[in-house]
Design a protein around this ligand. Structure first.
Ligand code: C5P
Length: 219
C-alpha cells in the first residue's frame, strides 16, 4: 500500500528545462513523481527526464505512444534505458501494438490511455472498460482513465491493475479544458493508485502550498 504522498504525480507541462527544474526544486521531496508529457519532451527531450532522475524523483513519461508495433516497442526500449518509472501508450493502437510494448524486458510500468478526460460523450464507461480489458489481456500494468470509471475498473480487473487519474481539480479550481473532473479525495476514495495534477499546482502562485493543500484535503 502506497503512502498517500506517493500517489501524487505533478505534470510538468512547461516549455523550458529551467521552468521544469524550478518546479522540481520547489516540490521535491514533497512530490516524488513528475510527469513529462509531449510539451516538455518536445522542447527539451531526455534532458528533462534526466534532470528529474538526478534529483531523486520518479518520472512518468506520458507520450501516449500510438504507432506501428515495432516503433512503439523501440520507444519503450528507449524509455527503459532512460530509467523512467512508468509510461503511457494509447490503447486504440490495438492488441499487437500493446503486446509489442509489453514484451520489452525490464521495462517501466506501462499504462494505457483509454478515453481522454477532455472528451465527454455517452457510452464512455463501456468504452473505457473494454479498452481496460484489452490493456490487461495484452500484458499492460494498468490504465489512465477518469475518476468516474475507477471503481468499475478496480472491481472488474482487480486491485493490482493500476489506475491513474488525470482531470483532477482540487476544490475551487477551474476545470480548464478538462470535462470529466473530480477532486483528489474523490479519486483516491474511488481507488486510484496515482492522481495526475497539472495546472492547479504549476500555475499556482505558490506551487508547494498548492501541493500541501492537496495532501491536507487527502487527510
Ligand atoms: O493541467 P491538468 O491538471 O489538466 O493536466 C493534466 C495532465 O494529464 C496533462 O498533462 C494531460 O496531458 C494529462 N492527461 C489527461 N488526460 C488523459 C491522459 C493524460 O489530462 N486521459
Amino acid at each position: 500500500m502506497l503512502d498517500i504522498k506517493d500517489k501524487l504525480i505533478v505534470a510538468l507541462d512547461v516549455d523550458t528545462l529551467k521552468e521544469a527544474k524550478d518546479l522540481v526544486d520547489k516540490l521535491y521531496p514533497s512530490v516524488k513523481m513528475f510527469k513529462v508529457g509531449s510539451q516538455l519532451f518536445t522542447a527539451c527531450g531526455p534532458e528533462a527526464v534526466k534532470m528529474i532522475a538526478q534529483k531523486g524523483a520518479k518520472v512518468f513519461l506520458d507520450l501516449k505512444s500510438h504507432d506501428i508495433p515495432n516503433t512503439v516497442k523501440k520507444a519503450v526500449e528507449a524509455a527503459t534505458k532512460l530509467k523512467v518509472f512508468m509510461l503511457t501508450v494509447h490503447l486504440s493502437g490495438g492488441k499487437e501494438m500493446l503486446q509489442a510494448a509489453a514484451s520489452v524486458p525490464n521495462r517501466p510500468k506501462i499504462v494505457g490511455v483509454t478515453v481522454l478526460t477532455s472528451q465527454s460523450e455517452d457510452g464512455t464507461a463501456n468504452k473505457v472498460l473494454e479498452l481496460a480489458k484489452l490493456a490487461k489481456n495484452s500484458g499492460l500494468d494498468g490504465v489512465v482513465c477518469s475518476v468516474s470509471e475507477t471503481r468499475m475498473i478496480k472491481k472488474e480487473l482487480g486491485k493490482d491493475f493500476l489506475v491513474v487519474n488525470p482531470g483532477i481539480r482540487p476544490k475551487d479550481f477551474s476545470s480548464n479544458d478538462q470535462k470529466r473532473v473530480a477532486t483528489p479525495k474523490e479519486a483516491i476514495d474511488a481507488g486510484a493508485d496515482f492522481i495526475v495534477v497539472g495546472r492547479p499546482v504549476i500555475k499556482a502562485e505558490d506551487p508547494l502550498q498548492a501541493v500541501l493543500n492537496i495532501f491536507k484535503e487527502l487527510g
